[in-house]
Design a binder for this molecule. Structure first.
Ligand SMILES: [Zn+2]
Length: 142
């Protein structure tokens, strides 16, 4: 029997990690937007201590906005003192240096703290929810 590549992707590589991150976030949102030890353990196993702590720290700074456009498209904005990052909700992509370096090195650990913290902020209700009348400038690439 030939193995199903889609099935394989569930267990290996960045898309698997992203699916697991989404699954954990869904569980957090369902359980009163609170992070349980179980969630922390799952995130720790996925991303390691250092990246997880940085991500949680960024969530606490309440620097993350969830934007909905008039067409119903959603994206995240992370506002930091030196730079503002725009991230997609459904695709693990970020324009920060760490993420770009990870891509260049073809690392299996693709994620940066922005991707993780955006999803965690949304799940824990620490996102500022906004609607936008503007379309994001990179709208065309998806
Ligand atoms: Zn990033």
């Amino acid at each position: 029997m030939q193995s199903n590549p889609e099935f394989k992707n569930l267990f290996a590589g960045p898309s698997a990690q992203f699916k697991l991150l989404k699954a954990i976030c869904e569980s957090i949102a369902k359980q009163g937007k609170e992070l349980s030890d179980c969630h922390i353990e799952g995130l720790y196993n996925l991303f390691g201590e250092q990246l997880l702590l940085k991500s949680l720290n960024l969530v606490d700074k309440e620097a993350i906005e969830h934007i909905t456009t008039p067409t119903g498209r959603t994206y995240f904005v992370v506002r930091r003192p030196k730079k503002t990052y725009t991230l997609y909700c459904t695709t693990p992509y970020c324009d920060c240096l760490q993420f770009q370096n990870n891509i260049r090195k073809n690392s299996s650990k693709l994620f940066c703290k922005h991707i993780i913290s955006c999803n965690l902020a949304l799940a824990t209700g620490k996102c500022q929810m906004r609607t936008s009348t503007e379309y994001m400038s990179t709208d065309g690439i998806l």
